[in-house]
Each structure stands twice: as structure tokens, then as C-alpha cells.
Design a protein. Structure first.
Length: 269
């Protein structure tokens, strides 16, 4: 499915560079992270007690709105929420919760990682359908590719290598493991400054509102990937609404109709 959300289909200038988000936009290794985070947040906010509807709504709304943010920022929100609901200062800081969340998530996805690493599964089984061919075609058309993620940098590099797409990117930027001083905005700005590209020469591709809003603010061409991660193809209506609201100019669920995407971008394959 390819849906154009604006009447002006493409910029008059040629796309020079493309910035991709990783999880959910290309990789499905971490599919289900929202549920892992939800369970953990409710557990600590409610101190093991049954959450009421207000807290459930608060946590669900925050996770949806924070998709794409660096994990440490999400954990800082969790610390504030725990203190607010429990009415006391807690013993752990955001980094403790970040490490705990990372431990739980890695436990959840370890079989997927191991399966690809040991050859029991093909990389394509954990990529949004058509992703590898789309990246190859963009690169072959002379577009420089960059990968940006709120996931820890070593994990992004390793997982991209397992999926055999790492060599297609001129640079990969994940979150520093033990530093909060990271933002997709700063990385995108760095690419813009270093490459000397204008807004519409830049393509931003992502499944979260963070990168989509950033791309729109920079005047870039913005492609929202409303991926159904469990199926690796097709459109998630929840993501679709979220991305349209964030400023996506067009929506795809996967990259199977790459010809239509290239036609929209006015880039020759």
C-alpha cells in the first residue's frame, strides 16, 4: 500500500541523502518492545499493585507518543511517573531502569538474534518486506544512506550487520550506551550541515513520530512507514494515523511497491 497524503507529490530538486530509522522502519528484531516497556512501567509505577484505568491510559499514551525517542529519556519519564504516583523519591535513577528495560527486551528477542546469527533464520525474516531491495535501489541511484536510532549504538550496528544492510549506509548513529546527550534532531542536523544539503534534497523515512516531525520541520521529503511489524508487510492503522498527524507526506506499510515510491520521489532506479 502506498498512499500520498499531499497533492504536491515530489520536490523539484533531486534527493541527495536519505535518513532511515531502524526498528520498525527496517528491522523487526525488536517487535513487541512496547509491550515489554508497558509491563515494566506499570509494574514499577504501581509497585506491584493492579493499575487503574487512568494509569493504564497514561502509560499507553506516553509510549505511543515517545516512539523513536532514546530509551534513557523514556526511563526519565518513568522515574517522574513513579515519584508522582507513589508520592516519594525512589532509590533508582533513570539509568537503572534503562538497564533493566534493556535486559528484559534482550531476553525477549534473544532467540530471534540467535536464529539469524547461527544461520537458522534468514535476515529477510526480520526485515520489513522489500527493505533490502529498496535500500540497494536508492544507493544505486546515487542517494547517500544514513541510519539513525534511539537504540544503543553497538546493538544497532550489530543487528544491522546481521540483517546484512550495514554496508549500504554511509554512517550509522545509535544512542551512546551511557550518555543521554543524543538526539535524532542533532544527528539529522549534523548530516544536513556536513553534506550541505537543502531541505528537499533530504529524505527522512521512519515509523515513529519523532523522526517524521523532525523531517517535516527541516523541510525534508518525509515518508512514513506504517509497518505491521508482526507480518512485515501491510499497514498498521494505528501507526498510519500517528504518522499522518506527525507530518508524513506519504505512507507505506512496506517497500514492495518501490516503483511507486521512486516515481513519487522522482528518483530513477
Amino acid at each position: 500500500m502506498f498512499v500520498i497524503k499531499k497533492h504536491r507529490l515530489a520536490p523539484k530538486v533531486r534527493i541527495q541523502a536519505a535518513v532511515f530509522d531502524f526498528d520498525g522502519t527496517l528491522s523487526t528484531f525488536r517487535t513487541g518492545w512496547e509491550q515489554v516497556m508497558r509491563i515494566m512501567m506499570l509494574e514499577f509505577i504501581c509497585d506491584g499493585k493492579q493499575p487503574d484505568m487512568e494509569i493504564l491510559h497514561e502509560v499507553d499514551f506516553y509510549i505511543e507518543q515517545s516512539t523513536g525517542q532514546q530509551t534513557i529519556h523514556q526511563m526519565q519519564w518513568l522515574v517522574n511517573a513513579i515519584e508522582q504516583h507513589q508520592g516519594k523519591t525512589i532509590a533508582h535513577d533513570a539509568w537503572w531502569y534503562k538497564h533493566e528495560y534493556t535486559r528484559r527486551l534482550k531476553e525477549t528477542i534473544k532467540d530471534r538474534i540467535t536464529a539469524v546469527a547461527t544461520g537458522q533464520a534468514f535476515p529477510s525474516e526480520y526485515l520489513i518486506s522489500g527493505a533490502t531491495a529498496f535500500l540497494h535501489d536508492l544507493s544505486g541511484a546515487g542517494v547517500q544512506l544514513f541510519l539513525v536510532s534511539g537504540t544503543d549504538h553497538p546493538d544497532v550496528v550489530y543487528e544491522a550487520s546481521l540483517l546484512k544492510i550495514d554496508k549500504l549506509f554511509a554512517d550509522i548513529k545509535g544512542a551512546p550506551v551511557d550518555r543521554a546527550a543524543f538526539s535524532k534532531e542533532a544527528v539529522i542536523q549534523m548530516f544536513v550541515d556536513e553534506l550541505g544539503i537543502r531541505g528537499r534534497e533530504l529524505l527522512v523515512v521512519g515509523d515513529g513520530p519523532v523522526e517524521i516531525e523532525l523531517g517535516a520541520n527541516y523541510g525534508a521529503v518525509v515518508l512514513g512507514v506504517a509497518s505491521d511489524e508482526s507480518k512485515r508487510r501491510g499497514v498498521s492503522e494505528v501507526k498510519k494515523t500517528r504518522l499522518i498527524n506527525a507530518g508524513a507526506q506519504a505512507i507505506v506499510g512496506d517497500y514492495e511497491q518501490s516503483g511507486l515510491i521512486f516515481q513519487w520521489l522522482q528518483v530513477e532506479m
